[in-house]
Design a protein around this ligand. Structure first.
Ligand SMILES: Cc1cc2nc3c(=O)[nH]c(=O)nc-3n(C[C@H](O)[C@H](O)[C@H](O)COP(=O)(O)OP(=O)(O)OC[C@H]3O[C@@H](n4cnc5c(N)ncnc54)[C@H](O)[C@@H]3O)c2cc1C
Length: 399
């Protein structure tokens, strides 16, 4: 389809959460004066480069722009402490929602404008330039292709990760399970069930997202430095489902697995005069939670607005600086073992309104509320960690 060189306004590399969201917005907007922007969206063929199918959960006030593809929603959420104490509360005014990536892809793809062309290709190189950048790749048949674009938005997963002082992984495996008899309450999801065996540094937890009385996504998650092997995740899920939840025999109908970076490293959002990064690669992941979907929406909406106004479309960081600093302290305190992870999260949810914690984690809280939240965490080790971070920042570099 794209033999030789093609010239467009925008090239989007990767059709995942960020790439599709940007393509969706450009299909509805355009350049200055509403001029349609010729866009190419590049996604690799089935194979190792392509991101696997996944579910995205996020919370927002009642109605939202992706409601047509929301496959499950919960108005009551719970956190279960390490000793089994349950903190259950309405999420109001928020609703917790789940989208499955294939539904999102279908929805976006069917609504793309004619000016957005999808191309199956693995991008191998992006060359910046003063007026245009060139994206080079290989299509499904092994042929070379090149796209020349005024602006390039690269959402390929960042490898290696930028270096930070602390880097943990939120790594997990989830099973979609079916039970023989009714076992779940479809309106109520658990966000964190801390009754799992705890690692020495970091934290582990399970959670249950029911989609019917007999079906749920059950996940085992750790915030630690290293992923588990296949047997490790299987053992952890079998233990959580069998021993902790007591569900007995379940049928596993689908599996998802992932590792999301939780780091205080900065993700550069501009990698050239014409080339930018979006999504996880562009710092859209909230370091303390791994949640990315909402940040991606804020970031791509801002890029689309900048393009419509004819401005240089540098993707903004969708998180406030002070939240990134607070997250960095929390990650460091977890990683050093200064705070007990299970106790930390149980206290946070026990002592605060659920909607306040969720509001903070999504970046929508006031400083006053954040200070009140902070006062409910183990203050001494958190303060010591904050001082340590300040010391790292101020000490002269040894290079
Ligand atoms: C299993 C899983 C579950 C998650 N659940 C949640 C959740 O519930 N809530 C939440 O907020 N976040 C969640 N996340 C985190 C985050 O939202 C997702 O990782 C999200 O998909 C990130 O969007 P992205 O566009 O940055 O990356 P991706 O969605 O991974 O998109 C990157 C795209 O680049 C493509 N690509 C890769 N290499 C090339 C190449 N060489 N050339 C061209 N294209 C390429 C990939 O195929 C992919 O389509 C989850 C992550 C995982 C892994």
């Amino acid at each position: 389809m794209l033999g030789g060189m093609v010239d467009v306004d925008v090239a989007i590399v990767g059709a995942g959460a960020a790439g599709l969201s940007l393509a969706h917005r450009l299909s509805r907007g355009g350049g200055p004066g509403g001029r349609p922007l010729e866009t190419v969206l590049l996604e690799p063929p089935e194979g190792p480069a392509r991101s696997p199918v996944r579910t995205w959960c996020f919370w927002e006030r009642e109605a939202g722009e992706w409601d047509a593809v929301v496959s499950a929603r919960w108005e009551r959420l719970s956190v279960i402490g390490p000793e089994g104490e349950v903190y259950e509360a309405p999420a109001a005014p928020l609703v917790y929602k789940m989208i499955r990536s294939p539904d999102y892809e279908r929805f976006v793809r069917t609504g793309l404008a004619e000016t957005v062309r999808e191309v199956t290709a693995t991008v191998t190189e992006i060359l910046d330039g003063p007026r245009r950048a060139v994206v080079r790749g290989v299509d499904g048949a092994g042929r070379d292709l090149q796209v020349r674009a005024t602006w390039v938005f690269d959402s390929r997963p960042p490898r290696p990760l930028p270096r930070g002082t602390t880097t943990l992984l939120q790594h997990f495996r989830g099973w979609f399970v079916r039970t023989r008899s009714d076992a779940f309450v479809p309106e109520a999801a658990s966000l964190m069930d801390l009754r799992t065996p705890q690692p020495r540094n970091g934290v582990s937890f399970g959670y249950v997202l029911p989609v019917s009385k007999r079906e749920a996504l059950v996940e085992y998650t750790e915030f630690t430095r290293e992923v588990l092997d296949d047997a490790g995740y299987r053992r952890a899920l079998e233990h959580y489902i069998g021993e902790v939840l007591g569900l007995g025999e379940v049928e596993v109908t689908a599996v998802e697995q992932g590792a999301i970076p939780m780091t205080d490293a900065r993700f550069p959002r501009r990698s050239g005069r014409r080339v930018f990064r979006i999504g996880t690669a562009g710092g859209a992941t909230r370091p303390s939670t791994g949640y990315t979907f909402s940040g991606v929406q804020r970031q791509t909406a801002a890029v689309a607005r900048a393009l419509a106004r004819g401005r240089t479309p540098v993707p903004p960081c969708p998180h406030r600086r002070r939240h990134l600093e607070m997250d960095a302290v929390m990650l460091r305190a977890l990683d050093t073992g200064r705070v007990d992870g299970a106790d930390f999260f149980a206290r946070l949810f026990r002592r605060n309104r659920l909607a306040d914690v969720l509001g903070f984690l999504d970046g929508g809280s006031s400083l006053g509320r954040e200070l009140r939240l902070g006062a409910t965490t183990p203050v001494a080790p958190m303060a010591a960690t904050a001082v340590e971070r300040l010391w790292f920042a101020l000490r002269p570099s040894r290079s």
